[in-house]
Design a protein around this ligand. Structure first.
Ligand SMILES: Nc1nc2c(ncn2[C@@H]2O[C@H](COP(=O)(O)OP(=O)(O)OP(=O)(O)O)[C@@H](O)[C@H]2O)c(=O)[nH]1
Ligand SMILES: [Mg+2]
Length: 403
């Protein structure tokens, strides 16, 4: 929670927060809605150290839960409550001067975040067709059905999905931060760092990619290929007293290093379509390390999108760290994530295992087949652009002209 007067911190506070009347200095409350189909997690949030930050009437919880079943979140339990949720969302949007869009933070593994989250996306798309829809989506999932049904929805109903992969988080927590048996709290600390990082350009004045649409404009060359990998550097253990001070070029290479990625994919096996880097804190502005890195690894960046890595600087460092870098990358290697999920999905779906739980909620098996083929197509599209080169396209054009 920020308490202070720094004009840089306050100038764009209105992007995520609504000022409230108070006798003393202006207070801000998040323009958020907290939703769950059972009350436990929201109660935990309310009674936690940041509980008083939220307006009480922006919590919405059901009674029954979605029992790890996507169909319950999307078609039955969640569908019954969606209107009341949209009512709160509408109230919050009315408090906006200029609504850019929506950000949904959910996991794709259970019934609520995945199923109800997907339903909410489709309702928002319907009601606010020209606003940006962005998600922070937590993968993978012990239940491959829930995740794949969600990916199917995300491909079509979302503008920008920032993928966060618990597998990668466990690796970072264990290997870099030396935490034994990391808990969800430890992982969520990492997620919050990355969320603060990737929203830097929206939250501070004068930034490149200063709103959601510009960010999308620069990062998403094709509407379906909007699944981004975040990275952060340096990760450090708060219990280690000494800060690691990195030069800009060290920060840059860390951002493009697999070990600092929040998704368990290897960029060396794909190609970057686009990326956006933000350096925060004391970082010299005339550094050209990103351009150098691109030159040295030119085979990892598609050559048919010029200037595909943007760089911006924000003088405000993240809380508790003197400097840091964050990046959002659109790399074709993200197909690995979808392939892993699809493989697990396919072996179960082939045997129709567990399907009765979904059909029991009124779901049609066709939707499973559609999700499977949509994800197959998505993987093929990533592969196609991974292999595309400028020459190939010219050849194709020549061939077309000859015919
Ligand atoms: N990083 C992180 N992952 C979590 C956390 N809580 C749950 N998960 C992951 O998300 C997956 C889905 O669980 P939940 O998010 O609890 O499911 P839900 O959306 O509440 O859905 P239901 O409980 O089935 O209604 C789990 O398999 C976990 O891997 C968390 O606090 N942090
Ligand atoms: Mg739950």
């Amino acid at each position: 929670m920020y308490v202070g007067k720094d004009p840089l911190q306050i100038e764009r506070a209105g992007v995520y927060f609504t000022p409230v009347e108070s006798n003393g200095p202006t207070k801000y409350v998040p323009r958020s809605v907290q939703v769950d189909l059972e009350s436990g997690v929201c109660n935990h949030l309310r009674s936690g150290s940041l509980g008083s930050l939220f307006r009480p009437d922006t919590f919405f919880t059901g009674e029954s839960g979605a029992g790890n079943n996507w169909a319950k979140g999307y078609y039955t339990e969640g569908a019954e409550l969606i209107d009341s949720i949209l009512e709160i969302v509408r109230r919050q949007t009315e408090a906006c001067e200029a609504l850019q869009g929506f950000q949904i933070i959910h996991s794709l593994g259970g019934g609520t975040g995945a199923g109800l989250g997907s339903l909410l996306l489709s309702k928002l798309r319907e009601e606010y067709p020209d606003r940006m829809l962005q998600t922070f989506s937590i993968l993978p999932s012990p239940n491959p059905y829930n995740a794949l049904l969600s990916i199917h929805q995300l491909v079509d109903n979302c503008d920008l999905t920032i993928c966060i992969d618990n597998e990668a988080l466990y690796d970072i927590a264990g290997r870099t931060l030396k935490i034994k048996n990391p808990s969800f709290d430890d992982l969520n600390q990492l997620i919050s760092k990355v969320m603060c990082g990737v929203s830097t350009s929206l939250r501070f004045p004068g930034q490149l990619n200063g709103d959601m649409r510009k960010l999308g404009m620069n990062l998403i060359p094709f509407p379906r290929l909007h699944f981004l990998m975040p990275s952060f550097a340096p990760f450090y253990n708060p219990k280690d007293k000494a800060f690691q001070k990195l030069s800009v070029s060290e920060l840059t290479s860390s951002l493009f290093d697999r070990r600092n990625l929040l998704v368990a994919c290897d960029p060396r096996f794909g190609r970057y379509l686009t990326a956006a880097c933000i350096f925060r804190g004391k970082v010299s502005s005339n550094d050209t390390s990103v351009a150098q890195l691109q030159r040295k690894n030119s085979n990892l960046f598609v050559e048919w999108i010029p200037d595909n890595v943007s760089v911006s600087l924000c003088s405000v460092p993240p809380v508790g760290q003197p400097q840091a870098g964050v990046a959002l990358a659109n790399s074709t290697c993200i197909q690995e994530l979808f392939k892993r999920n699809l493989t697990q999905f396919a072996v179960m779906f082939k045997r129709r295992a567990f399907l009765h739980w979904y059909t029991g909620e009124g779901m049609d098996i066709m939707e499973f087949s559609e999700a499977e083929s949509n994800t197959n197509d998505l993987i093929a599209e990533y592969q196609q652009y991974q292999e595309a080169s400028v020459e190939e396209e010219e050849e194709e054009e020549e061939e077309a002209a000859e015919q």
